[in-house]
Design a protein around this ligand. Structure first.
Ligand SMILES: CC(C)(COP(=O)(O)OP(=O)(O)OC[C@H]1O[C@@H](n2cnc3c(N)ncnc32)[C@H](O)[C@@H]1OP(=O)(O)O)[C@@H](O)C(=O)NCCC(=O)NCCS
Length: 170
């Protein structure tokens, strides 16, 4: 399954994406904005394990982002469980050389429209480290509402950060 808007396409991962995923993801400027579960350094073993885990999900919820036919980043929805099962958390990154071309904003709109229409959810949310102005702008451009600030919720690289929580509802 593929989702397309102009130059941007979301498609399932392939095992052959692993070397390129390492090139894109092995970057401190990306890792510093994500949870420690996102490896740094990011090795080919990490890439292969990630792709194996997410490439055949049914329904698909994790996608490779292509820009003009090139694989440039990842985006995915993780559905909640128990009373949170009608919500999903969104996560994404774009390779640094492709920043500020509108790629994340288009990919986020595509996955939100798809998720809200097909995954039996009414809400998509995420938390952004306070210093991540680019991601906050992406979320605002895509109609996400700032719901609150969780003081000192994030401890990353020996420092505390506030987390800014955003959501979009049906
Ligand atoms: C956040 C990220 C996904 C944005 O991807 P992108 O494709 O560059 O995003 P877009 O081009 O769609 O939009 C970026 C917006 O942020 C703005 N921006 C970029 N850097 C900024 C800064 N330092 N301060 C304020 N705004 C900034 C851009 O101008 C643009 O807004 P505009 O369209 O109004 O001009 C990318 O920077 C990234 O992968 N970062 C590391 C991982 C990450 O932070 N993931 C999200 C975790 S919540």
């Amino acid at each position: 399954m593929e989702l397309t808007d102009g130059d941007i396409k979301l498609r399932p991962f392939r095992l052959t994406d692993s070397a390129r995923l390492v090139q894109l993801a092995n970057n401190e400027n990306i890792a510093r904005n994500l949870r420690d579960g996102f490896p740094n350094p990011y090795t080919v073993e990490h890439a292969e394990a990630f792709i194996r885990k997410f490439k055949d999900l049914d329904p698909p919820t994790f996608f490779a982002i292509e820009y003009k036919g090139e694989y440039v980043g990842n985006i995915g929805l993780s559905k909640g469980s128990d009373v949170y099962r009608k919500s999903a958390e969104v996560g994404y990154f774009i390779g640094e050389e492709y920043w500020n071309k509108g790629i994340a904003s288009t990919a986020l709109n595509l996955i939100c429209n798809y998720g809200l229409a097909n995954l039996d959810i009414v809400r998509i949310h995420t938390g952004v480290f306070e210093h991540n102005q680019a991601s906050r702008r992406v979320l605002e451009k895509c109609g996400f509402i700032k719901e609150g600030v969780f003081k000192n919720a994030v401890y990353k690289r020996d420092q505390f950060w506030d987390e800014v929580r955003y959501a979009k509802t049906m």
